[in-house]
Design a protein around this ligand. Structure first.
Ligand SMILES: [Zn+2]
Length: 88
């Protein structure tokens, strides 16, 4: 069943490099079934088309993304994480 969501809410997805475990965060929007993610990470250093990356977690809201970033710790890109604590 599709869950009705606020269209304004940002969807966060986490991807990591398979070799270094370095993780970057992508923003997107929730859709009825899943979510979108931009082609490049928040810091613009990682492109989702790169081959040696894996998706860790997709379609998190802001609170969930903060919790995930805290759980992953230092492997998460600082530039990407700082975006989670920036209000626009
Ligand atoms: Zn990053």
């Amino acid at each position: 069943m599709a869950i009705q969501r606020n269209n304004e809410e940002v969807a966060y997805s986490f991807f990591k490099y398979n070799d270094t475990e370095e993780t970057h965060i992508f923003t997107g929007h929730f859709t009825p079934e899943t979510c979108t993610a931009k082609a490049v990470s928040i810091c613009e250093k990682l492109n989702r088309k790169e081959e040696n990356i894996s998706q860790i977690k997709a379609c998190l809201n802001e609170d969930q993304a903060r919790a995930k970033a805290a759980e992953l710790g230092r492997s998460v890109c600082g530039t990407c994480v700082s975006h989670l604590y920036t209000t626009y």
